[in-house]
Ligand binder design. Structure first.
Ligand SMILES: [Zn+2]
Length: 162
């Protein structure tokens, strides 16, 4: 059994972990199962953008540049979704601009509150409605767990908007 260093998910899996993000193999495999469901059932698809931002943001806790960039831009995307009610197409455009911005994406310490926010409830959802609700709850909890750092993410949003 392994504990995911980013979310605290406990499980066992022999498969690979992600090269850039830092999930445990078991957590990464569980995310893969949720993604497979989203790809195979149209009703689940609408939550894909939000789940990607939440999972990738939460699990990009490495110190290398790709992980830092992933953390910053996906957390900023969650702020655009929840706080600014920005439509999905504009969030995708923001992600592209932010990735090309040359921003430094300084390291940010992972808050302890991030542990305990897992995708398990999404994995347990049995229909598109409960899936969408579980994704929303999870994404909201991820953003809340990173409460110490919103000024950093808001600064990136303001920089990209200029
Ligand atoms: Zn995890």
């Amino acid at each position: 059994m392994t504990t995911c260093p980013a979310c605290g998910h406990v499980g066992h899996h022999d498969g690979p972990a992600h090269a850039c993000m830092s999930p445990s193999p078991a957590c990464w495999a569980r995310y893969g199962e949720v993604l497979a469901r989203e790809y195979s059932h149209p009703g689940y698809w609408q939550a894909r953008r939000l789940l990607t931002d939440a999972y990738c943001g939460q699990h990009s806790i490495g110190s290398d540049r790709r992980a830092r960039q992933s953390l910053w831009i996906h957390m900023a995307a969650l702020m655009l979704h929840f706080e600014d009610s920005v439509p999905e197409a504009q969030i995708v455009a923001f992600l592209r601009r932010a990735a090309r911005s040359g921003h430094e994406f300084p390291p940010l310490a992972m808050p302890a509150a991030s542990l305990g926010v897992t995708i398990d409830a999404i994995h347990a959802a049995t229909d598109p409605g409960s899936h969408a609700q579980a994704v929303t709850d999870y994404a909201h909890a991820v953003l809340a767990a990173w409460e110490p750092h919103p000024p950093a993410f808001r600064g990136l949003i303001d920089e990209i908007a200029q």
